[in-house]
Ligand binder design. Structure first.
Ligand code: HEC
Length: 98
């Protein structure tokens, strides 16, 4: 490596690090669980309001922790007759809103 390429490499790494350090801090939102599928949260919110008031009042997403929602959804998925996708979307919504 010549001096100039080494300087370039160091500069590039610095730039990448700067991006890595600044982007998550400013852009990492509360809805980070939706990253892999940006629409899951919105679909989940709709499926939640469509399905989860049929038998009882709406439970506030903040009533339960993420792990509690995971087990609640296993039970309510069966009761509500949801598809796997609907249940995953609703879980994403609940865990992103508590
Ligand atoms: C077919 C009726 C029905 C539907 C639809 C339904 N639930 Fe329920 N849910 C119940 C009944 C009955 C109970 C109380 C008995 C129990 O806990 O199993 C309950 C209890 C709960 C509880 C309290 C659990 C606990 O451990 O005390 C939560 C939270 C909940 N439901 C969330 C949901 C969510 C979220 C949805 C939508 C995905 C949903 N429910 C859809 C019937 C339903």
């Amino acid at each position: 490596m010549t001096t100039s390429t080494r300087r370039f490499a160091r500069h590039s790494i610095g730039a990448v690090l700067a991006v890595l350090l600044t982007v998550p801090a400013s852009a990492a939102p509360a809805e980070s669980p939706t990253k892999s599928d940006p629409m899951a949260f919105a679909r989940g919110a709709k499926a939640w309001s469509d399905n989860c008031v049929r038998c009882h009042n709406m439970r506030d997403p903040r009533d339960y922790r993420d792990d509690q929602w995971t087990s609640v959804m296993q039970h309510m998925r069966l009761r509500a007759g949801l598809t796997g996708q609907e249940a995953r979307d609703i879980l994403k919504f609940l865990q992103g809103s508590n």
